[in-house]
Design a protein. Structure first.
Length: 218
């Protein structure tokens, strides 16, 4: 019997609402608008269908929010590490997202995180990867309509596939989106953490692919 490869789909959402980019701390809630929150849903996908494995929160860190502020006025600040010309283009994985004594107990990310807790090598021989194989390029980036905000195109959908040859032998428990000045393969320059998520450890093997779908709401 032919052995079929299983896929895991990790569905990540960053939801922003009326409390983001406001000029007032006392604005009232209006309708069914989004609050600043993140949701991660992890699915197992195989020939028998799809089942949810896990659901949890995700966080856009301070460094990302400061980068957005620089971009709005097209000016670098001496107090902010990312360069204003950096853009979202890389994906990273790590195995430092859980309590060492309990691999099924994630340690929540914090606003002050500037990197993954313990980055792992994704693929040392894939020329499309950056930072000597520690950063993986996105499969695609798409704009989608937000049904909760008048069907405006306010959703950025980032998809990344970690294939059969990637990150094998690791117990993955954290992932991050990173900005940089280049998205070209082999890039080794500065990488700035944009968003981080932690989850119960997932053992990566050659018979398992991971599909990360990360939604950013603006």
């Amino acid at each position: 019997m032919e052995k079929r490869e299983k896929d895991l789909m990790i569905h990540i959402e960053d939801k922003y609402g009326e409390h983001c980019f406001n000029d007032s701390c006392n604005m009232k809630l209006e309708g069914n608008k989004r609050k600043p929150q993140g949701i991660v849903q992890i699915y197992e996908v195989d020939e028998n269908g799809t089942k949810i494995l896990y659901e949890k929160n995700n966080l856009v860190v301070y460094e990302a929010r400061k980068l957005v502020a620089q971009k709005i006025i097209d000016t670098n600040s001496a107090h902010i590490n990312p360069d204003k010309d950096e853009f979202l283009c890389w994906f990273g994985l790590g195995n430092g997202g859980v309590d060492p004594a309990d691999p099924l107990n994630p340690t929540p990310p914090t606003n002050s995180d500037t990197d993954l807790s313990n980055s792992i090598l994704i693929n040392a021989t894939d020329a499309t990867c950056g930072q000597l194989g520690y950063k993986h390029p996105f499969d695609s980036v798409d704009f989608e309509q937000d049904i909760y905000n008048d069907d405006e195109y306010l959703i950025l959908k980032v998809t990344t596939t970690i294939g059969a040859d990637d990150a094998n032998g690791f117990q993955l428990s954290e992932a991050g989106l990173f900005t940089a000045l280049s998205s070209a393969g082999g890039y080794s320059g500065n990488f700035s953490l944009f968003a981080r998520v932690t989850f119960p450890s997932i053992v990566k093997t050659a018979t398992r692919r991971l599909i990360f779908i990360w939604y950013l709401y603006v």
